[in-house]
Write a protein that binds this ligand. Structure first.
Ligand SMILES: Nc1ncnc2c1ncn2[C@@H]1O[C@H](COP(=O)(O)OP(=O)(O)OP(=O)(O)O)[C@@H](O)[C@H]1O
Length: 261
């Protein structure tokens, strides 16, 4: 597969929950090595898009191809080549990290000894060495997040789906993670990065895709969007596209309601 070929191809993707049309025709072609910042308001359909690509959400219309494979054909081979950090972790917290990594080794059909060794080294780099034999339920929020990031990468996948991956990470760890993303992308990994932290999205993304009302309303580099929208920050571009300039009034009303008592 050469550089110009799409690693992820989404054609006319539609998804509804009952009467509610969440995705109304998303089209995206993503080449190898790109970092896509996928943004939108709360409830815009970002996680829905990611879960469809991961093959954990069915009932969509349209065509989704990952690594050249139509994901609706029932094959799970492509799942071995993707990594995922979920917005809300549903990890087996009663297991120790050691047990969990061993379990992943089984899923990915990788040699467990090597995987554990790699996990221990990665945990050390993230400053959570020594926790591998503790139950995940005993971890702090940041430790869990670091462990989730490690799990998403442990099998050296080609595509990463990060849904709000910085949640709970301290500033130093955020710096490491941003650098890790940049190095992964240089090595040809494709990263689908969904987050509400606009200043980070602005800095790390090669391309920013903004969904609003179920459709793509902006798609381009930060420079492209800045020139098109005549705004200087991604936060301002986001406010403009989503038609929001009411934060002052809402905040005032919010506080006056709080202080009514
Ligand atoms: N299982 C479900 N059943 C019914 N509605 C759902 C379901 N999952 C999501 N939705 C609705 O679909 C919409 C899109 O949800 P989704 O989680 O994809 O949004 P999001 O862009 O990731 O939002 P956020 O930024 O808040 O995480 C929301 O209105 C949500 O209420």
């Amino acid at each position: 597969m050469d550089n110009l070929e799409s690693i992820i191809s989404i054609k006319n993707l539609r998804m509804s929950y009952g009467d509610k049309n969440v995705l109304k025709g998303i089209n995206l072609e993503i080449p190898r090595g790109q970092i896509i910042g996928y943004i939108g308001t709360n409830g815009a359909g970002k996680s829905t898009t990611i879960k469809i690509m991961l093959g954990i959400l069915e009932g969509y219309e349209g065509k989704v191809e990952i690594l050249g494979q139509d994901i609706s054909n029932g094959s799970v081979e492509y799942k071995k080549k993707i990594g995922y950090v979920p917005e809300l972790a549903d990890i087996y917290e009663n297991l120790t990290a050691f047990e969990y990594i061993s379990f992943l080794g089984g899923i990915y059909e990788l040699e467990q000894g090597k995987l554990i060794e790699r996990a221990e080294k990665l945990m050390k780099l993230f400053g959570i060495e020594g926790a591998i034999y503790s139950r995940i339920s005993s971890y702090s929020k940041g430790m869990k997040q670091k462990f989730l990031i490690i799990c998403s990468l442990i099998h050296n996948p080609d595509i990463l789906f990060f849904d709000e991956p910085l949640s709970g990470l301290d500033a130093n760890s955020v710096m490491i993670f941003k650098e890790v993303m940049s190095n992964l992308s240089k090595d040809g990994k494709t990263i689908f990065y969904s987050s509400h932290i606009m200043d980070v999205v602005e800095k790390v993304s090669d391309r920013i895709v903004l969904i609003n009302n179920g459709e793509i309303e902006a798609d381009g580099s930060f420079e492209d969007l800045r020139n098109a929208k005549k705004e200087s920050s991604l936060e301002e571009i986001f406010n403009q596209i989503t038609g929001f300039n009411d934060h002052g009034r809402i905040a005032k009303e919010f506080v006056s309601l709080v202080e009514e008592v």
